[in-house]
Design a protein around this ligand. Sequence first.
Ligand SMILES: [Zn+2]
Length: 369
Amino acid sequence: MKDLINSERLVTTFIDLAKIASPSWAEKGVIDYITQKSEKLGVECVLYPCNSSHNVVIRIHGDGGYIPVLFSCHMDTVTPCENIQPLVKDNRIVSDGRTILGADDKSAIAAFLEAITILKEKNIPHGHIEFLFSCAEEVGLCGVKGFDLSQVRAQYAFVFDSDGPVGKIIVAAPYHISMKIIVKGKAAHAGMEPEKGVSAIRVLSEIIAAIPHGRLDKETTANVGIIKGGRATNIVAEEAECTLETRSRQKSRVLSVKKEIETIAKKISQKHKAKVKIESTMDYEGYTITNSDTIVSIACNALKGIGIKPTLAVSGGGSDTNIFNAHAIKAINLSSGMRQVHTTKEYIMIPDLVNVAALVLSIIQNAKR
Ligand SMILES: [Zn+2]
């Protein structure tokens, strides 16, 4: 498969895409690029509105002798992403250091477009294939959450949104709950009658110090990320709040940590005669795919077919993969070769970019029933 990839063309596509600024909800330039490429290749490309942006689906109909598969990646990037100047240095593509590169996740977009081009060019046999390009992934998996997944025919989804060398397969990722604790105390003049007040800051501090924090076990974490509160040093703080999260690959565990946090917050607030309000949301569900699953064997065989050793791994982070799995589309997250993502040092090795395109073609071949 690797010899079919036109590495020069692939790098050009990647650089074209990297230059198009596409912060979350403003992916229009990338959407237009994908649409135009699809028109040129003569493949079906449909835009699905999602708030102020769109998700994009390319469908390629094929032979029933293959299992229908979905490939997915996201079109948005984190910031700074204005005026990205990609530079090729030996075998590596970098930004000029002022911005991110956007290999997260444009490496996958470029590789998908290259694979589609080759499918058409070389008339390679294939089954029903769908490519989903999601919007607003970086701000809470919003694109895929806002997409009607009943539109997807595939039972298996190969998401390319993991970093590191090509070959890594994420087979498990956590459940994720975010929470907000809002403490209401009683304001008073801090110099004249502090005894009449109840400091929401003190109460919240006691709560934060008492709740589970950091790594709780191999599969579970908790973290307070934001605290806010108070108005001035001469006022006993009336209100204080913090935002936190907990994650675990075990659903029961993430729910029990949430419960424990709620219990502690209520108990401490009561002790100090403060009021407390606790908000919580399950942002996404976790997943665990067993090593013997068909989707894992397709990916492993596809990797071996292009001379790459597969590595199965678990992740501490969420991705569109979580949403597919929660909607009964079995999904794994594969590396798209990107490195040092979400930093201005982000880069991708050209051989990795080529490997991603080859892997897509190899998966298509290995989906034979
Ligand atoms: Zn990403």
